[in-house]
Design a binder for this molecule. Structure first.
Ligand code: P6P
Length: 331
C-alpha cells in the first residue's frame, strides 16, 4: 500500500549554504553573520539532543537559583545559556552578550568583536518538565562604542529597529531555526541523520489576519479594558484560543497560520511579563519582516528605547489586522 506524501527528505540547501548565498546577494549583511548564526545553530543542535532525551538525563527541574527577573532557573536554562555563550565566544566576532539568565552584560574574550548578541537561551522554561514546546531567542546588534573599551550600556540598550538580525530555534514537533537578516524570514528544519538545518520555508509571510489568539485567560480580570474588549470580540467571532506557555511556539503558529499573541499588563507584572531586549525585539523584527506587527499598546516594539537590560513591556504581536483591531480599542 502506498502512503500519502513523500517521506524521502529533500535536504536541499543547508543553513550555511543559504546564509552564504544571502550574504552574496545582499552586501549589507555583515560577513560575520554567517559564523555567528552558525554558532547559535550549533548550540541549538546540542540543546536539541538533550531536549529529545528529557526524562532520561538529569537536566530537568529547578537549579535552585533565580534569574534577574526573579524567575526560578531551570537546569536546562543554564545549560543552554552556557552552551550558547561558549559557541558565541569561539566566533571571535561577538564582544558581549546580554542574556535572560544573567543580571548584567557578559563580556566575551573578543574585545575587538564588533557585535552584541541578546539572548533568551530557553523561552518557555515551565514547559521543560512537561515535554511541551520550548525555544531559544536571539538578536544581533552592531557595537556602538569603540572596540577594545569595556562594553557600555549603550551597546546593549539599542532600539529593536537597530537589529542586524534576529531569530529563534523552536524545539517542537521538529526542531526549526527561523531567522531574518532584514531580507525576509526563512525557516530551516533540523535533520538528525544529517545533523544540520535545511531550508524548509523561504520568505515566510505572516498572514494579515487570522482566527487564533494566544493569551493567558486566567489573568482576564486584571487585563486593561481594551484587551478585555478585544478578547470578547475574538470570542464573538468564534476564534480559537491556543496558548502553549511558550511565546515562540505561539508566535511560530501565527507566522504560518495567522493569529495574535497578547501578554498585557497583569497584577503580577504591571508592565507585562515579556522582556524587551532578550525576547520582544527579536520577535518584533521577525513579525515586521514577515508583514506582521508588534506593539506595546502605545507604539511599535521596535521603536522603544530600552532603559534597562531586563525591562519588561506589554506585547501584542502577530497578524497586522488583528493587532490594529486591538489597538483601535485603546483609549
Ligand atoms: P504565563 C515563558 O515563561 C514566557 O516568558 C513566554 O514564553 C510565555 O508565553 C509566558 O512567559 C507564559 O507566561 O504568565 O502565562 O505563565
Amino acid at each position: 500500500m502506498t502512503h500519502p506524501g513523500n517521506i524521502t527528505p529533500d535536504l536541499g540547501r543547508s543553513l550555511a549554504q543559504f546564509l552564504k548565498e544571502e550574504q552574496e546577494q545582499f552586501p549589507d549583511i555583515p560577513e560575520e553573520l554567517l559564523p555567528i548564526l552558525h554558532a547559535i545553530a550549533a548550540a541549538g543542535k546540542a540543546i536539541d539532543k538533550v531536549v529529545r532525551t528529557l526524562g532520561l538525563v538529569d537536566i530537568t527541574g529547578d537549579q535552585g537559583t533565580y534569574n534577574a527577573s526573579d524567575e526560578a532557573q531551570q537546569k536546562l536554562d543554564l545549560l543552554a545559556h552556557h552552551w550558547l555563550l561558549d559557541a558565541l565566544a569561539h566566533t571571535g566576532a561577538v564582544c558581549a552578550v546580554v542574556s535572560e539568565e544573567a543580571p548584567t552584560i557578559i563580556e566575551l574574550p573578543n574585545s575587538n568583536g564588533k557585535y552584541i548578541v541578546a539572548l533568551d537561551p530557553l523561552d518557555g522554561s515551565p514547559n521543560i518538565d512537561v515535554n511541551a514546546h520550548i525555544g531559544t531567542i536571539f538578536s544581533l546588534y552592531q557595537r556602538q562604542t569603540t572596540q577594545s573599551m569595556a562594553v557600555q550600556q549603550e551597546d546593549v540598550l539599542q532600539k529593536g529597529n537597530a537589529q542586524l538580525a534576529a531569530g529563534y530555534i523552536l524545539y517542537g514537533t521538529s526542531t526549526m531555526f527561523v531567522y531574518t537578516a532584514r531580507h525576509g524570514v526563512h525557516g530551516f528544519t533540523y535533520h538528525p541523520a544529517a545533523d544540520d538545518f535545511f531550508l524548509a520555508y523561504k520568505a515566510m509571510q505572516l498572514p494579515k489576519s487570522g482566527r487564533c489568539y494566544a493569551i493567558n485567560d486566567g489573568y482576564f480580570e486584571a487585563f486593561p479594558g481594551y484587551v478585555q474588549h478585544y478578547i470578547h470580540r475574538c470570542r464573538r467571532n468564534g476564534y480559537s484560543a491556543r496558548y502553549t506557555g511558550a511565546l515562540i511556539a505561539d508566535f511560530h503558529r501565527h507566522l504560518i497560520q495567522g493569529g495574535i499573541y497578547l501578554y498585557p499588563p497583569t497584577k503580577k507584572h504591571a508592565e507585562g511579563k515579556l522582556r524587551l531586549v532578550v525576547e520582544c525585539n527579536a520577535l518584533a523584527l521577525m513579525a515586521e519582516e514577515a508583514g506582521g506587527a508588534a506593539s506595546n499598546g502605545q507604539q511599535s516594539i521596535l521603536s522603544l528605547q530600552p532603559q534597562a537590560i531586563h525591562q519588561r513591556v506589554p506585547l501584542y504581536i502577530g497578524a497586522t489586522n488583528m493587532v490594529q483591531d486591538l489597538l483601535a480599542a485603546v483609549v
